[in-house]
Design a protein around this ligand. Structure first.
Ligand SMILES: Cc1cc2nc3c(=O)[nH]c(=O)nc-3n(C[C@H](O)[C@H](O)[C@H](O)COP(=O)(O)OP(=O)(O)OC[C@H]3O[C@@H](n4cnc5c(N)ncnc54)[C@H](O)[C@@H]3O)c2cc1C
Length: 485
């Protein structure tokens, strides 16, 4: 209740303070959220509800983050769809429209995000077309420099700038004389016409793009470093994550055994597609939700290859000694987490991952948060909401309940919780800070109970609906839909 009342007061306070603050650079009363993608929007809604003053700075002209193909530098491509189902991928208490397909495409995800921002009146709190170029601690707060030179001082910072903007580039021996680029710049299958194409990397993006290449390129190859489990998007007619959620909660090893067996029955022998056997059990690496790629391999429209050993002119040499003449190598090799506006030394790094409690709370700075940087095996928008809620609760405690704030800081600075869910994830940079979704959700619920913070519950954002000056649009997501649970 205290949270709701605080939230109501705050809507007025935040809006009036934002006009006052526009006259000067002192914004010590409020937080700066960097980015109006899904994570930034989630944090904005949580702050509005909690009454934590804030403003969002977004370098693009609209909300939606990577899902807007016009957002310069986005890794999104025309064939991209959600890989988690609409049923389990929505923000808390804001289901995706009922007429969406099980796996919405990028344009539908963008429309959903825009509808979210409209319904909760978030546009009023976002400054568009401004980029945060630098940020540094400044006394008790943070000094933020915008591109163009303007300096502002904030109480703190929530970095929601996204983790798929800076390509991770592997070091490959030799010189390649064809076209070599990272998948971040890939937009659509037309780029492959008349070319012999190699996609390097077997993650979800690599497999999506390999399917595009199979249909459009003169010859298409997919290079995989290891064997993976390929999960069909639907199992017995249900989206795979909905099916997995409905499975009995047996001990993890039993679940792995049962699901692994089911996969072998549904997907068949991967060896017949030219793929190596998975070198790990199911759930031990990020799920690849793509069996279309297997159809292309079986039909011969795509050829599987092992890891690349090196380049020699137009030739690519693979780990098994085979070679292929290639015109275009597309590196679907993932992304580095980065905060280009912060000094790298601001974080302690484990490889290319910044260390922090739950991927959000900084071990030293009590007013610096990173939302949207978690690696997990399911849709993340509700996790963003739950983590954004923790940030808001902790910030209220800093002002109103210092003893509880100190208790929480001890958790932040203590040993990290085990969120593996009993799974030994494969040893790769991507999985260095990987969390099992069930373990994360269970831990977050326990934490909220332990801290005696109010839990999120259906209807808890109701007072904010249609509170902004931007009228709700006609997108079906704008309608008040019941929470799916
Ligand atoms: C192909 C693909 C498929 C995916 N499928 C799923 C899925 O099925 N389910 C799921 O839950 N997740 C999925 N994801 C994960 C995806 O990362 C999230 O859906 C989501 O977009 C992340 O939100 P974000 O707000 O953290 O980051 P982003 O979407 O990257 O948004 C960050 C925002 O910050 C802005 N920004 C960055 N730097 C600055 C700056 N210095 N100053 C001002 N603004 C800045 C950017 O312009 C952008 O608008 C997928 C990702 C990809 C690439």
């Amino acid at each position: 209740m205290w949270l709701l009342l605080a939230g109501r007061k705050a809507i007025t306070r935040t809006m009036s303070s934002s006009s006052a603050a526009s006259q000067g650079s002192q914004r010590r009363d409020r937080f700066c959220i960097v980015g109006a993608g899904p994570a930034g929007l989630s944090q904005a809604r949580a702050f509005l509800r909690a009454g934590v003053p804030f403003e969002v700075i977004e370098r693009h002209r609209d909300v939606g983050g990577i899902w807007d193909l016009e957002n310069q530098g986005t890794p999104m491509y025309e064939s991209a769809r959600f890989i988690s189902s609409k049923t389990l991928s929505a923000f808390f208490d804001f289901p995706m429209p009922g007429d969406y397909p099980n796996y919405p495409d990028h344009a539908q995800v963008l429309a959903y995000l825009r509808s979210f921002a409209r319904v909760y009146g978030l546009h009023d709190h976002i400054t568009f077309d401004r980029e945060v170029a630098g940020a540094a601690p400044d006394g008790a707060g943070w000094r933020v420099t915008l591109r163009g030179g303007e300096e502002r001082r904030y109480r703190g910072l929530v970095c929601a700038n996204g983790m798929t903007w800076e390509p991770h580039l592997p070091d490959i021996h030799g010189r390649f004389d064809g076209e070599l680029r990272h998948a971040v710049s890939y937009r659509g299958a037309e780029e492959f016409r008349g070319k012999r194409v190699l996609i390097l990397g077997g993650g979800n993006t690599g497999c999506d793009i390999a399917c595009d290449a199979a249909g459009a390129a003169e010859a298409a190859f997919l290079s995989l470093r290891r064997g993976y489990n390929f999960i069909p998007k639907h199992i017995f007619g249900l989206p795979a994550d909905v099916f997995a959620e409905a499975m009995p909660k047996l001990p993890m090893r039993l679940r792995q055994w049962g699901f692994g067996l089911l996969l072998r029955l549904l997907v068949g022998d991967l060896g017949r597609c030219g793929l190596p056997k998975p070198d790990h059990r199911v759930f031990e690496s990020h799920p690849i939700l793509n069996t279309k790629v297997l159809d292309h391999l079986r039909r011969g429209q795509l050829t599987a290859k092992p890891d690349v050993r090196g380049f020699e002119g137009r030739k690519v040499i693979f780990a098994d000694g085979s070679e292929a003449e290639i015109d275009l190598v597309l590196l679907a090799t993932g992304y580095n987490k980065s905060f280009p506006f912060l000094d790298r030394a601001c974080f302690e790094w484990a490889g290319n991952r910044p260390k922090g409690f739950l991927s959000v709370f900084h071990p030293r700075h009590d007013n610096l948060f990173t939302l949207g940087f978690l690696d997990t095996n399911a849709g993340v928008y509700e996790d963003f909401d739950r983590l954004a809620h923790l940030i808001a609760c902790h910030l209220l405690d800093q002002q109103h309940d210092p003893a509880r704030a100190a208790r929480f800081r001890r958790k932040v600075e203590g040993a990290p919780p085990d969120l593996s869910g009993g799974i030994r994830f494969v040893a790769s940079p991507r999985h260095a800070s990987y969390m099992h979704h069930d373990a994360l959700r269970a831990y977050l619920k326990k934490l909220v109970r332990e801290m005696e913070w109010p839990a999120l519950h259906p209807g808890c954002f109701e007072a904010l609906r249609d509170s902004g000056s931007t009228p709700a649009g006609s997108h079906p997501g704008d309608r008040r839909l019941p929470h799916p649970q």
